[in-house]
Ligand binder design. Sequence first.
Ligand SMILES: Nc1ncnc2c1ncn2[C@@H]1O[C@H](COP(=O)(O)OP(=O)(O)OP(=O)(O)O)[C@@H](O)[C@H]1O
Ligand SMILES: CC(C)(CO)[C@@H](O)C(=O)[O-]
Ligand code: BAL
Length: 340
Amino acid sequence: MSSSALPSSSIPLFDTVVSYREWRRRARDEKKSVGYVATMGALHDGHLSLVKRSLAENDLTVLSIFVNPAQFAPHEDLATYPRTLPRDLELLSALSIPGPDGTPRTPSAVFVPTVDEMYPSGISQNTQEQKGTFVEVTGYGHQMEGRTRPTFFRGVATVVTKLFNAIEPTRTYFGQKDIQQALLLRRMTRDLLLSHPDPEHLYIVPTTRDPSTSLALSSRNAYLSPYEREHVAPALYAALQAVQSAWEAGVTKAECVQRAQTVIEEKRREAGESVDLRLDYIEINDAESFEVLADPVQREEWEAEAEGRPVILSGAMWVGKTRLIDNIVLGARHTLGIVD
Ligand SMILES: Nc1ncnc2c1ncn2[C@@H]1O[C@H](COP(=O)(O)OP(=O)(O)OP(=O)(O)O)[C@@H](O)[C@H]1O
Ligand SMILES: CC(C)(CO)[C@@H](O)C(=O)[O-]
Ligand code: BAL
């Protein structure tokens, strides 16, 4: 099952594609559906909501835990990204939901490849130095998150193509917190004519939030101090909610964005000098093209078709060295394949 030392786990662990494929072949022979959740580990209730969804809808559920160097720019936090595999496995082992016949369903396998396994030609975080095969979803990776992280989606599309090839999921589940990632990956499955999964079987699961502060759960929240987590970081979602109310009241986009900036500015003043709070962006983008929604012309178009044409209100904010993202879909969420 494994070629290197892996923690003990009640769930089968695979760290090579060959060993995983043997398991996958048996699942295919037994005509079992395989649900798949891709993660970078440091699991939290947001990840677990995706896993529960997969458990409910598939005979078998596989997770991958892989911190993908290719999606981190050289100046980003690859070295410090939280790696908590033993705890992740404990959380997964404790997860069980009743299947259709009442028998408990638990995660079936966890794929934990090494960097060499995923990048046989090697991998540099510097795109100029990269050699080998990469996947780019041209035209969809430079807006929103791609403005600040220009090489991020190339890294994500590349690793997820490899993971889809290895895992061969029947269905796969991504989080709304990273909505551009999920929509771009659905486009990629369509463009590459993938069958495992096909685009219709890539589901987007709503963002899980902290019940008391509404902060979107994120592995990177672990970088924050308790004060930052409880009192500062929730300002991003509060700012997005302020935009949502203004937008729904018919306010222009420019004024909406200004209101969000005011929320962040007030929080910065309240938190004082000791907290370094900076807005990266707040924007409203077309959910299909990801292009920035022009103001006011497209606003009128949007209103005319409001029910049919969702737009994405998203933002990113720095709390010290920690970059947090969040979003709200304005309009008909379900047309983006966001499940309830
Ligand atoms: N709060 C959340 N609710 C729902 N899905 C989530 C949430 N957070 C992450 N996910 C989803 O879990 C999957 C794996 O994400 P990942 O392992 O990068 O965790 P993360 O918390 O997003 O980490 P990061 O702090 O790096 O953004 C992605 O599809 C992501 O969208
Ligand atoms: C999809 C993913 C696992 C690819 O590394 C990552 O970007 C994530 O966890 O969202
Ligand atoms: N959840 C997205 C992974 C990343 O920010 O690298």
